[in-house]
Design a protein around this ligand. Structure first.
Ligand SMILES: Cc1ncc(COP(=O)(O)O)c(C=O)c1O
Length: 381
């Protein structure tokens, strides 16, 4: 083995020793198998009308986009989906990407570009923001001023402390946090951004489809400033894949010119966007599914807390069971798996050290009996 390969091998051995090694789960085929490890919150991934919409889009526009949007990949479907997102989000414009990860990494990197801003911007970020948001900051070479998770008084104190600093400022936050299932106060974030002259960037990956009067996210009910950028995905509650940002026409023009992950990447496939557009159109009709999902999550949290389990600050369809050690979390996941129940074992670096957890992602496709079976299995751990 070469020195380089031995180093890879040693690093895997360290992960294994610390209970942090990741392995792909075997594909499940049993009909009794219960999955709480996914993000298909509304049970749309297998809806026949989405599959059909993908097929129709493929027949009209092709299986692949054939190039970057700036070259051959700009189909009427890309433009139609963006127009619909902008309309429903109440923004001038929108831009779609092949994944949410790509959207965050490339848009945040472009928005924080020191060359354009004339200085390193002041980036205020919730300390539990998603890895793709951190990557955007890293790509831009912008340090983050991290505030305590959801603690907007702390954010305000930090903004206050830097008030005399004339550099451009940006606030980055998820609206529903993917690993904790708690919610940011989007209206207060917007108010702070306006008060301190910051650009607000919200990630609605886990809120899109589940929150908002018509399901278009937590920011739907907030009077957004024209400069605010709202990112979201088609990969969670919409059951498909891909990401978007909803923003002003100016920011869209800027991203089209400056976001490397947009310019140098093939446009999302029409197959995917056909399904995503159909899912997007369906959201306002799914009010009952949203209410049932959130009610079931509240019942599950109650049952787990009665059993002495720690569900942290969850108040949504994402319910963590915080076990602390990585080893204990992996053992619990494997014990559930042996009973035909799949949950995610989330460990560092995805969550802080000592905060390893089982992550339960609920779906409108689960039944009350499914939840009961999960609860009983968790109680017997
Ligand atoms: C908060 C958040 N933002 C962005 C992403 C990335 O989205 P995608 O899976 O579409 O790449 C995720 C994915 O887990 C996420 O949790």
């Amino acid at each position: 083995m070469t020195d380089l390969l031995r180093r890879y091998s040693d690093s895997l051995a360290v992960l294994e020793r610390d209970g942090l090694l990741r392995r792909l789960p075997a594909p499940e085929t049993s009909p009794d198998f219960l999955d709480f490890s996914g993000n298909d919150y509304l049970g749309l991934a297998r809806r026949p009308e989405l599959v059909e919409a993908a097929a129709v889009a493929g027949r009209v526009h092709g299986a692949g986009a054939t190039g970057s949007r700036l070259l051959s990949g700009n189909t009427p479907l890309h433009e139609a989906l963006e127009a619909r997102i902008a309309l429903d989000k109440g923004t001038d414009a929108a831009l779609v990407f092949s994944s949410g990860y790509q959207a965050n990494a490339t848009c945040i990197a472009a928005l924080l570009d020191k060359g354009v801003l004339g200085a390193e911007p002041l980036v205020f970020a919730d300390r539990l923001n998603h890895a793709s948001m951190h990557l955007g900051c890293t790509l831009a070479g912008a340090r983050q001023i991290r505030y305590r998770h959801l603690d907007l008084a702390h954010l305000q104190a930090l903004l206050e402390r830097h008030q005399e600093d004339r550099r451009p400022r940006v606030i980055l936050s998820e609206t529903v946090f993917g690993m904790d299932g708690d919610m940011a106060d989007a209206a207060r974030l917007q108010a702070l951004a306006l008060r301190y002259g910051a650009l607000l960037y919200l990630d609605e990956a886990h809120a899109t489809g589940v929150f908002g009067p018509r399901g278009y996210g937590l920011a739907e009910a907030v009077d957004l400033a024209p400069g605010t950028v709202v990112m979201g995905t088609f990969s969670k509650a919409l059951g498909v894949s891909g990401g978007y940002v909803a923003c002003s026409a100016l920011v869209r023009d800027y991203l089209v010119n400056k976001a490397g992950g947009f310019i140098f990447s093939t446009a999302p496939s029409p197959l995917v966007l056909g399904a995503a557009l159909r899912a997007w159109e369906l959201l306002p009709e799914l009010t009952r599914e949203r209410s049932a999902l959130l009610l079931r999550a509240a019942r599950l949290r109650l049952g787990l807390r009665e059993a002495g389990l720690d569900t942290g600050t969850s108040s949504t369809h994402i319910v963590p069971v915080i076990l602390g050690s990585a080893q204990r979390t992996v053992q619990a996941r494997d014990a559930l798996s042996a009973q035909g129940i799949r949950v995610a074992a989330v460990r560092p670096p995805t969550v802080p050290k000592g905060a390893s957890r089982l992550r339960l992602g609920l779906s409108a496709a689960h039944s009350d009996q499914d939840l009961q079976r999960l609860l009983e299995a968790l109680r017997s751990l």
